[in-house]
Design a protein around this ligand. Structure first.
Ligand code: ASP
Length: 440
């Protein structure tokens, strides 16, 4: 069975990185299908080609002269081609893209050329076939991935190739125009290709050796996560742990294909394995109750009180209807007998509080209503929590012993996460206290 490997922008930022990637691929003949990003940053202050393309297209769309930035983009690719001594030429492609910019071919088209050109070069370098993502990845009219059509066409196409390179990040719309996923979307392409190839594994190569148990900007040298389930990852990514695009999980999850996050600059590291489930008998990390901790600032709480709320039919529905009408999605809904709170993103309601308050009061006529912002949420995630008794108590003890007041508690019914809300200025202290309690 084959392996699908995806390399991110920093893994393919210049010729030296291309060499590392080729060595990785050649060291395992099962690495049959390769998905590539556009060249990323070569050093900290560098600009990703995708960002250059967005900037360049913006000028083109305004009718301004965009040739200087465009030349810089061309240079990035020419440098790679000449340093690797390749025979391939992109000059005709550059001209076609330049004309398309003048013809206002669209922002998505512009951004997609970063991966398109990189894939042409990489295919030439490694000696694999090139498959254009426009021919095998499809979006529906509403801009959502057409996964069934994609699966059908792509799996048929892959069967025709022993090895191939496919550009990440984009596909085509029903009218044949190019559409991209959201930023970082090559991860999704990799996952789609892995499903279509019925791969044994989807290796996602990046510049870190997998997920860490906590954000290293908050907790000092957190431990790496060796194994994580799709479910746990979803919880952690949602709360801010980034390495993989959150939508990249769905295609492989459908097919039960594990994802392995690996480091191009440290190929000897095992990285993080993302799997459907873990056999508890094999998981000798039973004492590691927690898989990871993640958190985010920027939440607000609306708290409502009303006597006999518990007997009032439709209270919750009417409250949520107000939010829905205002196009606001809520994060949590902790409730008591006569109280109900809604936790939402502050940015979703900023400037609209008064209006929202009036509408809520009209809809449910509460005895009191209050708005509070400055809330941070912390998710403590672990598949082993289901079996471990007293986990919640340990979280609360750790946080309160650190002198932090918990403003909200929510345990998901799947019992793989406990979410607490604390003041934003207590966020770091609480994160460190929880990490120390469970990990150190
Ligand atoms: N190049 C695109 C970006 O910078 C997509 C990707 O790398 O996944 O977002």
């Amino acid at each position: 069975m084959s392996k699908v490997v995806k390399f991110g922008g920093s893994s393919l930022a210049d010729a030296k990185q291309f060499e590392k990637v080729a060595n990785i691929i050649r060291s395992d003949k099962d690495r049959a299908f390769v998905v590539v990003s556009a060249p990323g940053k070569r050093f900290k202050e560098d600009t990703k080609v995708t960002d250059m393309l967005y900037g360049c297209y913006e000028s083109a769309a305004k009718g301004e002269d965009f040739s200087k930035v465009f030349e810089k983009i061309e240079e990035r690719y020419r440098d790679i081609i000449s340093a690797l001594g390749l025979g391939v030429s992109l000059e005709k492609e550059f001209e076609r893209i330049r004309q398309a910019f003048i013809g206002r071919a669209g922002r998505d088209y512009a951004a997609s050329r970063g991966e398109y050109l990189n894939a042409i070069i990489f295919a030439d370098y490694i000696g694999y076939d090139f498959i254009d993502a426009s021919d095998v990845i499809f979006f529906r009219e509403d801009g959502v991935l057409d996964s069934e059509k994609t699966q059908e066409v792509l799996s048929k196409e892959l069967k025709k190739h022993k090895n191939a390179v496919i550009p990440g990040f984009y596909g085509s719309m029903p009218n044949d125009t190019v559409r991209t996923f959201s930023r970082g979307g090559s991860d999704i392409t990799g996952s789609i290709v892995a499903r279509a190839a019925n791969a044994e594994i989807y290796e996602n190569w990046t510049d870190v050796s997998g997920f860490l148990m906590a954000d290293p900007r908050v907790v000092e040298s957190p431990r790496p996560i060796e194994v994580i389930t799709y479910h746990e990852l979803r919880e952690l990514s949602y709360m801010g742990a980034t390495v993989l695009h959150e939508d990249a999980i769905f295609p492989v999850r459908l097919a039960g294909i594990p994802i392995n996050i690996r480091n191009t600059n440290r190929p000897e590291d095992c990285g993080t394995m993302i799997v459907a489930s873990v056999d508890p008998n094999k998981d000798n990390a039973l004492d590691a109750v927690i898989t990871g901790i993640a958190g985010k600032k920027g939440f607000s709480v609306i708290t409502l009180e009303k006597d006999m709320m518990n007997q009032e039919l439709g209270f919750g529905r009417r409250l949520l209807e107000v939010l829905e009408k205002n196009n606001i999605s809520f994060e949590h809904l902790p409730s008591g007998i006569d109280t109900m709170s809604v936790v939402l993103n502050t940015s979703d309601i900023a400037g609209n509080e008064k209006h929202l308050q009036d509408q809520i009061c009209r809809a449910v006529d509460p005895d009191s209503i209050s708005f509070e912002d400055g809330l941070a949420l912390i998710a403590v995630v672990g598949r082993n929590m289901r079996r471990a008794k007293g986990t919640a108590a340990r979280v609360f003890d750790a946080v309160s012993n650190a002198g932090v007041n918990i403003r909200m508690i929510d345990q998901g019914s799947s019992e793989i996460n406990i979410i607490i809300g604390v003041s934003e200025h207590d966020f770091e202290t609480a994160m460190r206290a929880i990490y120390k309690e469970f990990i150190s």
